[in-house]
Design a protein around this ligand. Structure first.
Ligand SMILES: NC(=O)c1ccc[n+]([C@@H]2O[C@H](COP(=O)([O-])OP(=O)(O)OC[C@H]3O[C@@H](n4cnc5c(N)ncnc54)[C@H](O)[C@@H]3O)[C@@H](O)[C@H]2O)c1
Length: 263
């Protein structure tokens, strides 16, 4: 499996790389993209230790040339492509009444636009292989999430973008899907709920766990398994979907309104 993984230096992307290297069957040939050199190198070492091949590539995907350069270098390194995992993303807090234009644009330039630019550049390679694209969206893309308004909007746009790609590129044999995680322990949630020794983070974690039917927040490997399923041939008849990996959180609207505690 020849695969590009963006945001591979940390969290979910790094789990995708590690689990791809561990999976049975075809050997993993991975092209790992991130702006964080140290994280990328660590991810590449993990893949190599598992017997996979990983080529690290530093790029800023908020820049169009960061996306096109990544695909060009991946083609040179791998000689083809089976799957693109467009996963890099950032979060910024901010109420809309105070938000500046730079932050708004940055979120769309990192969370939304690269999936199109990477997919567009990779289109001939994916058409040749009958390949796939999986983008990491978020449950925030379907559920407004103050104070992450622009993050939510950028992920909502991503979900629709990927559906558009699925329809336009389906006849070419390219499948395009999203995975939407709920709260998951990664780099992005450091300072929010990862550190249980911090009373504020512990409280935040406990509140969230109480709202999740499975009573636990996600591990990046749990999201990575869903991404790898959609990326691979076992999902050969699946395109245009958004697969939620959230412990049931978004199914729990009525219990979270207080139903079941009286009426
Ligand atoms: N962790 C969660 O709770 C959660 C929930 C829903 C969605 N997500 C999404 O999951 C995806 C992966 O994030 P994560 O949770 O693993 O966080 P993370 O911070 O651990 O990993 C994100 C990676 O993206 C890289 N990145 C960010 N901006 C980049 C840029 N401009 N160019 C290149 N690389 C860049 C970072 O360096 C980092 O290595 C993101 O799209 C995020 O929005 C995460």
């Amino acid at each position: 499996m020849k695969m590009i993984i963006t945001g591979a230096g940390s969290g979910i992307g790094r789990s995708v790389a590690r689990l791809a290297a561990q999976s049975e069957g075809e050997a993993a040939e991975l092209f790992l993209v991130d702006r964080d050199q140290a994280g990328l190198d660590a991810a590449a070492r993990e893949v190599a230790a598992l017997g996979g091949r990983a080529v690290p590539f530093v790029a800023d995907l908020s820049k169009p040339e960061g996306c096109t350069d990544s695909i060009g270098a991946a083609e040179a390194a791998l000689g083809g492509l089976d799957s693109l995992v467009s996963n890099a993303g950032i979060v910024r807090n901010g109420p809309l009444k105070d938000l500046d234009v730079e932050t708004f644009d940055l979120l769309f330039h990192i969370n939304t636009r690269p999936t199109w630019l990477l997919g567009k550049a990779a289109y001939p390679l994916l058409k040749a292989s009958g390949g796939s694209i999986v983008a990491t969206a978020s449950i925030a893309g379907e559920h407004a999430t103050p104070p992450l308004a622009t993050y939510s909007a950028s992920k909502a746009a991503l979900i629709m973008l990927v559906k558009q790609m699925a329809l336009e590129w389906g006849p070419d044999g390219i499948r395009c899907n999203c995975v939407s995680p709920g709260p998951t322990y990664t780099g992005i949630t450091q300072g929010a709920f990862n550190d249980a020794s911090d009373p504020a983070q512990l409280l935040n974690r406990q509140r969230r766990e109480a709202a999740v039917p499975l009573r636990k927040l996600g591990h990046p490997d749990e999201v990575a398994e869903a991404i790898l399923f959609l990326a691979g041939s076992k999902a050969s008849q699946i395109t245009g979907i958004n697969l939620t990996v959230d412990g049931g959180l978004t199914a729990a609207l009525m219990p979270n309104t207080g139903s079941g505690q009286g009426h």
